[in-house]
Write a protein that binds this ligand. Sequence first.
Ligand code: ADP
Ligand code: MG
Length: 152
Amino acid sequence: MIKIALPDVASTESLAARLVSILPGDKSGFLILLQGELGAGKSTLARAMLQTMGVRGPIPSPTYTLVEPYEVTTDIIYHIDLYRLSGMEELDYLGWDDLRDGLILLEWPERVPQLMQQADLLIKLGYDGDGRTASLTHLSDRGSAMVSGWNR
Ligand SMILES: Nc1ncnc2c1ncn2[C@@H]1O[C@H](COP(=O)(O)OP(=O)(O)O)[C@@H](O)[C@H]1O
Ligand SMILES: [Mg+2]
């Protein structure tokens, strides 16, 4: 596990940029779980990653739509928020299998515990005074390859 201090929003944005720079070239099916309580900074990190990848214009919260899709050059990215969902069945109903063609940034993975087995990287965010902390845990070989050089 890699621990990172995020004293302000700018440091969360730097983390986002660094994560994007080490994403696998072929991002299809790469699943990143963003875990943490309300206000921990999940959407801030996801938005900054999307902007770094070239998404321009507003990045609406997927809280009500559940899935917000993006296409940047050859990359497909899905920003997902499962807060209002309760289980794998509902996720399947949403068309989960069809979303596996893109990079997925997914908030509230706790709603569907089975996702831990499918995911590549778990990013936990938490409060630390006025700032936040992040921890990165790889959950697959692809995730491991991505963060293996982190402390070098
Ligand atoms: N590293 C940070 N330090 C201080 N405030 C932060 C940090 N990251 C995000 N925030 C702030 O926390 C608030 C909630 O962030 P948000 O990303 O919407 O949380 P979540 O999606 O986890 O509910 C926002 O006002 C955001 O500016
Ligand atoms: Mg959010």
